[in-house]
Design a protein around this ligand. Structure first.
Ligand SMILES: NC(=O)c1ccc[n+]([C@@H]2O[C@H](COP(=O)([O-])OP(=O)(O)OC[C@H]3O[C@@H](n4cnc5c(N)ncnc54)[C@H](OP(=O)(O)O)[C@@H]3O)[C@@H](O)[C@H]2O)c1
Length: 377
């Protein structure tokens, strides 16, 4: 797989008893990207949902993009392969599309996810993430994973990794917390300038210990104005800035709401920068809502989105192309058409592709990058 679907289903805090059904609903709704991790202790149930939909013939394995993460207690080089194999077994897959280093620091190996000392401080291991990365690179070589990436890396850590001598595989993404209260503008600029995509976690404010983002009066007002839900607004916010986004939900109506065409093919067609200064009542780690600035938004995206009747993956589709769909203000909005293949939500637009390029897909995949893979739009 040479691209990362820009919208995925998060699975943290998705209870084992609920997540199998959530994954099935998500696949039916069009989700193809699933963000998993050993730490979430639900990979087996996620895998059950995936297998069920493959058996039903709704999707094939190749249609899906499954991500897992190496937990911090497995940073020793000798432990990396077994950790990956454990996730694969739980997910009932023979390869992962992407394996991320969950955090840049290692913890003392063992069965406890958070090994603590007497004072409640996490016990670190003396591993270096550059060594851990080498073991992750081996997973690509042996075919257990198609690509590797990182999570929770700041720009210095990422730079150190990118400058590693004899780097065999670049990280394809850096998954970080990101939403309108924590826009990560500088980190995103840095990552994108180095051909590393960014994946936004906690895009709706978080599953636990999060922020009440969706209740923010400014987001509510914008949602009302565009006739979208607050969740759709903050999901679209990321897609518009070429950031992959992985909202979590186990609620069928919300899962569908989060991937509706209303999210995928909707553009903020005017600057929202003026709202930025009003946003952010209260949350302690609130930062400026600079991402809602017109400069970062699509600008002329509506005007320039020229749909071509061709899906990146499924080829030309007769009769399909751009549609004029009324937006909330009644004006026609130019949207890319959808691929008619069952379950495929890819736009038939080479200049507005929802599948982000995976610039780090090197080695065996480097010749499979489509010509349009250099940019999202
Ligand atoms: N790499 C990392 O360190 C890291 C850290 C945190 C998260 N993540 C990943 O990122 C994913 C997303 O982050 P997150 O789960 O923390 O938080 P999130 O996606 O920002 O928020 C999830 C919460 O929003 C609710 N929700 C979902 N859709 C909604 C909608 N349309 N309207 C209203 N509420 C809605 C969910 O409720 P219901 O489920 O009850 O519907 C859940 O309580 C995680 O699941 C995980 O895969 C990665």
């Amino acid at each position: 797989m040479e691209k990362i679907p820009a919208l995925g289903l998060g699975t943290w805090k998705a209870a084992p008893g609920e997540v199998t059904e959530a994954v099935k609903v998500a696949i039916d709704a069009g989700f193809r990207h699933f963000d998993c991790a050993y730490l979430y202790h639900n990979e087996s149930e996620v895998g059950a949902g995936i297998q069920r939909k493959i058996r039903e013939g709704v999707v094939t394995r190749q249609d899906l993009f499954v991500v897992s993460k190496l937990w911090c207690t497995r940073h020793e080089k000798s432990l990396v392969k077994a950790a990956c194999t454990k996730s694969l077994k739980a997910l009932k897959l023979d390869y992962l599309d992407l394996y991320l280093m969950h955090w840049p620091m290692g913890f003392k190996p063992g069965e406890e996810d958070l090994p603590l000392d007497r004072n409640g401080m996490v016990l670190p291991s003396d591993t270096d993430f550059l060594d851990t990365w080498e073991a992750m690179e081996d997973l690509v070589v042996t075919g257990l994973v198609r690509a590797i990436g990182v999570s929770n890396f700041n720009h210095q850590q990422l730079e150190r990794l990118l400058n590693k001598p004899n780097l065999r595989f670049k990280p394809v993404t850096n998954q970080v917390e990101c939403h309108p209260y924590l826009t990560q503008k500088n980190l995103i600029n840095f990552c994108q300038s180095r051909d590393v995509t960014v994946t936004a976690y906690r895009p709706l404010g978080g599953s636990s210990e999060g922020v009440a983002l969706l209740d923010d009066p400014v987001i509510q007002r914008i949602a009302q104005k565009y006739n979208r839900s607050p969740a759709q607004i903050v999901i679209r916010f990321q897609i518009q800035r070429n950031v992959i986004v992985i909202p979590k939900s186990v609620t069928p109506t919300r899962i569908r709401e989060n991937i509706q065409e209303r999210v995928l093919f909707f553009f903020y067609s005017e600057g929202l920068g003026s709202h930025g200064s009003q946003l952010g009542v209260g949350p302690p780690h609130k930062q400026a809502l600079c991402g809602f600035d017109a400069a970062e938004g699509p600008g002329g995206a509506v005007a320039t989105a020229r749909g071509t009747p061709e899906c990146d993956r499924h080829g030309p589709s007769p009769g399909a192309g751009e549609q004029q769909v009324p937006n909330s203000r009644g004006a026609g909005q130019r949207l890319a058409g959808l691929c008619p293949r069952a379950g495929c939500l890819l736009p038939k637009s080479q200049d507005r592709c929802l599948w982000l390029p995976g610039p780090g897909f090197v080695g065996p995949f480097q010749n499979r990058r489509p010509p349009s893979s250099q940019s999202l739009c």
